[in-house]
Ligand binder design. Structure first.
Ligand SMILES: Cc1ncc(COP(=O)(O)O)c(C=O)c1O
Length: 345
């Protein structure tokens, strides 16, 4: 039986050539290829200053460190229904996570966000699963980090995501819209912020009095692969949009609700139904369809007695279906049959 993966990476000849060129140059670590990628990212992010780093998690940790300016235990608001990297970035920055609940659309609850931010030092707003988090347009009492790991490339209200708030972070991990192998980036219109983050990324050149420095530079070899992926990102996004429209037509019934917030990048196709996610995933997997939970575990479970009921419900009932840019008709027909079996009246 054919097997439809949740993510499928198609790294062909141009990727191999780009990596080979770096190997032949003899400069696999820092160098010109990373600088060239930085310029590409800068163009994508409307000319903001950019620093490429080793992962999205490091990018977030470094941005929190720079914005909290050494304040121990700084309170950082993060969505409860999000990737675990957010929680660990906060912890690794020596800060304290404050969990924020979502709505049924999986973006943040605006009222709770405005109330909670009165006591926050930093707020992290994630554009989740390719959708837009509209709160990025609003004013808060603390610095805001816009996380574009899952929505990079999206344009909203004529602006690129990542350019709405004080600073943005993104991921260059393979499965992400701008992914190569591993990597991440920080971007801001405040050049001094990027400079202070840069000082934390190279121990060999660091001021020994600094509280924190680690090896966080993005290597030439990783940058080379990400650069090729970026050159295809728009085309892949359009292809995923086509499959998204096909899913919408297919799931136009009462049994399933597609999560349709403000669409940005069509990175994931997420559904909610009355059946539990565990049941849906098992039924689809039996038919060779690798659906997954959009989030492996709600983050507020890290702290006892924290309540985020909508995040818990999302974990229980939401499922991410394969949304592959290079999906074919045979695969889509298998998906259609699988969904029909799963949600038959
Ligand atoms: C929303 C979000 N932010 C940040 C990250 C961290 O990125 P990386 O995997 O490059 O460390 C992820 C990773 O899955 C993510 O989904």
């Amino acid at each position: 039986m054919p097997n439809i993966p949740h993510s499928r990476l198609s790294f062909g000849k141009p990727f191999a050539q780009a990596a080979q060129q770096v190997i032949q140059s003899g400069f696999l670590a820092q160098g010109d290829v990373t600088t060239a990628l930085t310029h590409t990212l800068q163009t994508q992010l409307s000319g903001q200053a950019v620093l490429a780093v080793d992962s999205g998690t490091s990018a977030l940790m470094l941005a929190i460190r720079a914005l909290s300016k050494g304040k121990k235990g700084a309170r950082v608001g993060i969505p409860a229904y999000a990737c675990a990297s957010l929680l660990f970035a906060v912890k690794n920055a020596g800060a304290t996570p404050v969990f924020m609940d979502c709505t049924t659309n999986l973006t943040l609850d605006a009222e709770q966000a405005h109330t909670t931010t009165k006591d926050l030092d930093i707020l992290v707003l994630v554009h989740p699963f390719g959708m837009i988090e509209p709160l990025v347009r609003e004013q808060f009492n603390c610095p805001v980090i816009e996380d574009i790991a899952q929505s990079a490339g999206a344009i909203w209200q004529g602006k690129a995501v990542g350019t709405f708030t004080d600073v943005c972070i993104g991921s260059l991990y393979a499965t992400k819209p701008w992914g190569g192998a591993y990597g991440g980036f920080i971007s801001s219109k405040h050049v001094d912020l990027i400079q202070s983050v840069t000082k934390m990324t190279n121990p060999d050149q660091a001021d020994l009095q600094q509280d924190y420095v680690g090896h966080h530079q993005l290597s030439n070899i990783h940058a080379a692969v990400a650069q090729v992926r970026l050159s295809r990102a728009d085309a892949e996004q359009q292809q995923r949009q086509t499959w998204t429209n096909r899913y919408h037509a297919l799931l136009n019934n009462d049994a399933v609700t597609p999560i349709c917030g403000i669409q940005g990048n069509h990175f994931r196709y997420i559904i909610r139904s009355e059946k539990t996610a565990a049941d849906v995933i098992q039924t689809l997997q039996q038919q060779g369809i690798n659906a997954m939970r959009p989030v492996q575990q709600p983050l507020h479970h890290a702290t006892p007695d924290t309540n985020c009921p909508q995040a818990d419900k999302a974990w229980q009932y939401c499922v991410s279906l394969p949304l592959l840019h290079d999906m074919n008709e045979q695969e889509f027909s298998l998906l259609s049959q699988g969904l029909a079996t799963c949600f038959k009246p």
